[in-house]
Structures are given as structure tokens and as C-alpha cells.
Design a protein. Sequence first.
Length: 98
Amino acid sequence: MNLDIALFPSRYYLGILKEDRTVALSKLEKITLLDNQYIVDWNANVFNGKIQSNSFEVSLSNKYYGKLCVFKGGIENKQVHIKILIKNIYKWIFIILW
């Protein structure tokens, strides 16, 4: 029984960048805090995660909903690949409640 695929499908998105890859990643890096940084303002519209040279893994920094899903992606030339996942702990909670 594969409840993971039936109840919690991953979403995949593909986009085209209007600007250079380095510019897009630097903009994302400006609004992203590292995972180990302390968040003072939970209402700030920033991400938590890590940005690398051509990939990223971020989640919203919102106190309640931020860790529910994770955005993983990569940039190749002008194409952006984004995968949206629900974290495993929330999958188990939803399965137990279901």
C-alpha cells in the first residue's frame, strides 16, 4: 500500500529565468536565512534553508506553516526546476489523523 504517492504527491514545476542564474540565486540568498540562524521576526517573508551554486533547498520561515513543505530546486542555464515536498513528520501526522 503506497499511501505516500496517493495522499502526498510531490509537485514539480519548470520555469524560465528572465535574468542570469547568478542574479536569481543572489536574490534568493538575500531573503534566505541559514538553517542554523535564529529567527527573531517570525512574520518576515523570508526563507530558511541553503543555497548552493546551482541548487537550493528552502522552506518558509513562518513559525507555524514554515516547516510543512520544502522547496527543492535547481537551475540549469535559463531553466528552473522546483519540487515541492511535504515533510515526513507531517505525512505521518496526517496519516495517523486520517
